[in-house]
Design a protein around this ligand. Structure first.
Ligand code: AHR
Length: 656
């Protein structure tokens, strides 16, 4: 785990370039009343894969860790997070009669007389949760499956690990019988909030009521209230944080996590659907087993709930360690993708459409998919030759024939694209100065394909010599302010060319601070909802995303386009005019003069400015360094708005 080394190496000191350069010239801009080269807003979206326990242990609201003892050759089944209560002996078993083919391993719970000597009236087990349990006066919904004859009742409890205070208990009458699995449901209703998340969840029972000496348990589940009360749904706090960004799309489910490291372990869409007991899970690429509780349909529900378009990544015949599907064996892989699309939106006359209905997802399409992405970063790791040679084309041809309105995104821009319904995915992890140098990267260039900026982030500070990311060195533990401003410059450059861009999504999106593989991340969290960290970059994206221009407006300046002011001007859907700017590398406050055609003396405009104490500043648990100030600016006699912007600021000026 990189956790400690990343925190130990807080490499945020090198912002010399931003502090020392010399440009404090006044900046003036004349914005025309019409025209502009981009006629649609830049779509800000989100990218998600299960990394950093962002799915299991994260936004997927299941509170029980290792609920079904899932595993495979990469991450074998284990009893992690489970502990004995009062002398119970816990062992993993593959019973001859498993809960399901997908979940063959269960936890056997036997009375361990030697542990106590005296007969116990209550034994069982407890779970650590995902590094704790948040306990609030809410209704928690749980269930578990039992195998074996037991007459009596089970007791499910949420309890403090430290003080043993019991926050809630449910007594559940057993209907468990010999020779079969039965599901037991319950709710827990704490009446007070626990003071911290150092809590456990337990199930206990009277061993004297057990007929054959032991019971087996599987799929032990507990959910808090979820966003929009979806069964098997999502954490409310994190969904609300995402809703604050008004994202337009969700690129999912990867990222590396769709690709798999080695055969045969990778994302199989059809193993993520239907009842939870029929989902085997998979050894994700980020160091832990994925339960697949957050499956294909849950992703689509997420899109519905936040009003986002799915950009659905399809496995493209390539594993991260290099194995690639030969051209003559690609047919079934392409068919798998077509099946996935039929499952989501095909008529019930197709086998997959029928499966959708049979599984209870309804006869109607779950979502009319408009975007798919073929693989992820197939230009890397030796994948490029086959991707450019035959893989992308095979998918494009098959999908375009069956679903001609779908835009088929290539996972790289290093490819010549078909002339219609195609785009390339551009990823950029870099340092602040490099992002700033990319301000004009998307300026209209006929040879460039339509681009999805599917992943971007500042991951290391500037270094005196410039240069790219050192992937052997620690990355910054958190987004930091100069990096955030540099990302804003890059995004403002993208906004200037938004017709050429499908959208932009920061990556990775989420990070469980107790166990993660990748920093920095847009939003960090723990089991304690009050500890969510909305990063500096979150605040920047929130400002830009919630103030989208309907179209850009031409703007002329006599200042340099190489900074320190980087801008885009445009018109909102309601006719108001605006300018977004980021100041990077000024020596002090930059005097700004902005003239919008048609504005006269006294016209009011709202100015919002984001700043932070310095370029190294970052947000962490309990601290938010980003200051947002708003003021009203009135146009001077010549209709010009005058105000100052400090170095490392992000600003929005919008006429009233
Ligand atoms: O965002 C983390 C990883 O970075 C993604 O999984 C991958 O696409 C990229 O290399």
């Amino acid at each position: 785990m990189l956790t400690t080394s990343l925190f130990a190496t807080v490499a945020l000191a090198a912002t010399a370039l931003a502090q020392n350069s010399t440009n404090s010239t006044a900046f003036s801009l004349k914005v025309a009343g019409s025209g502009g080269n981009s006629t649609s807003p830049l779509q800000y979206g989100i990218m998600f894969e299960d990394i950093n326990h962002s799915g299991d242990g994260g936004i997927y609201a299941e509170m029980i860790q290792n609920r079904a003892f899932q595993g495979d050759a990469i991450f074998p089944s284990n009893l992690n997070a489970w502990h004995s209560v009062d002398g119970a002996a816990l062992t993993l078993q593959n019973t001859s009669n498993p809960l399901s083919a997908a979940l063959p391993t269960s936890m056997n719970v036997a009375y361990n007389k030697s542990a106590y000597g005296l007969p116990q009236t209550s034994i069982g087990f407890y779970n650590d949760g995902w590094w704790g349990f948040e306990v609030q006066p809410k209704t928690y919904t749980g269930s578990f499956w039992v195998y074996g004859a037991y007459s009596g009742s089970f007791k499910a409890s949420l309890q403090s690990y430290l003080t043993k205070d019991v926050w809630a208990t449910a007594n559940i009458t057993s209907h468990s019988v010999a020779g079969s699995w039965t599901q037991h449901n319950f709710t827990l209703q704490p009446t007070t909030a626990a003071p911290n998340v150092n809590n456990t969840f337990s199930i206990t029972f009277d061993p004297s009521g057990v007929k054959d000496g032991s019971l087996n348990f599987n799929l032990i589940s507990l959910f808090p209230p979820t966003y929009k009360n979806r069964p098997n749904g999502m954490r409310v706090d994190l969904m609300e944080a995402l809703a604050g960004l008004t994202p337009s799309f969700l690129r999912m489910p990867g990222g590396n996590n769709i690709e798999g490291n080695d055969p045969p372990y990778r994302w199989y869409w059809n193993q993520t659907i239907g009842p939870l007991k029929d989902r085997p899970g998979y050894s994700g690429t980020w160091g832990y087993e994925n339960t697949n509780g957050l499956g294909l349909v849950e992703y689509l529900h997420w899109c519905i709930d936040l009003n986002m378009e799915p950009i659905l990544a399809l496995w493209a015949g390539f594993y991260l360690s290099g194995p690639v599907t030969p051209e003559n064996e690609l047919g079934p892989i392409v068919q798998e993708a077509l099946d996935e699309l039929d499952f989501i939106m095909g008529p019930t006359s197709t086998p997959m459409g029928a499966l959708r209905e049979q599984l209870g997802y309804g006869a109607e399409p779950i979502y009319e998919i408009k975007y798919v992405e073929i693989g992820n970063e197939d230009n890397l790791g030796g994948g490029e030759g086959s991707y450019v040679g035959y893989r992308y084309k095979a998918f494009y041809d098959a999908i375009h024939t069956r679903w001609p309105d779908i835009t088929i995104v290539a996972s790289t821009v290093e490819i010549t694209l078909p002339s219609t319904h195609a785009a390339g995915d551009y990823h950029q992890y870099t340092r602040p100065d490099y992002f700033v140098s990319q301000y004009s990267f998307f300026d209209h260039n006929a040879s460039y394909p339509q681009t999805l900026i599917g992943e971007y982030a500042t991951v290391q500070p500037n270094i005196a010599a410039g240069g790219g990311v050192n992937w052997n060195a620690a990355r910054s533990p958190w987004p930091f302010w100069i990096g955030t401003v540099a990302e804003a410059v890059f995004l403002i450059g993208a906004e200037r060319n938004s017709d050429a861009i499908l959208g932009a999504s920061y990556a990775p999106l989420l990070q469980n601070l107790n166990s993660y593989e990748w920093a920095p991340d847009l939003i960090s969290f723990t089991a304690d909802y009050s500890q969510d960290v909305l990063s500096t970059s979150y605040h920047m994206i929130k400002l830009l995303s919630n103030t989208r221009f309907a179209h850009t407006l031409p703007a002329s300046t006599t200042n340099s386009l190489n900074g320190p002011v980087y801008f885009v001007a445009g018109e909102f859907a309601d006719g108001r005019k605006g300018m977004k700017a980021a100041v990077y590398n000024s020596t002090g406050v930059v005097p700004m003069s902005i003239a919008f055609e048609g504005c006269t003396e006294g016209q009011a405009a709202n100015l919002t400015v984001l700043t932070a104490p310095d370029g190294d500043s970052y947000n962490s648990v309990g601290s938010d360094v980003v200051k947002s100030s708003t003021s009203v600016v009135r146009a001077k006699a010549n209709g010009v708005f005058e105000f100052g912007l400090p170095n490392l600021s992000i600003a929005l000026l919008e006429t009233e």
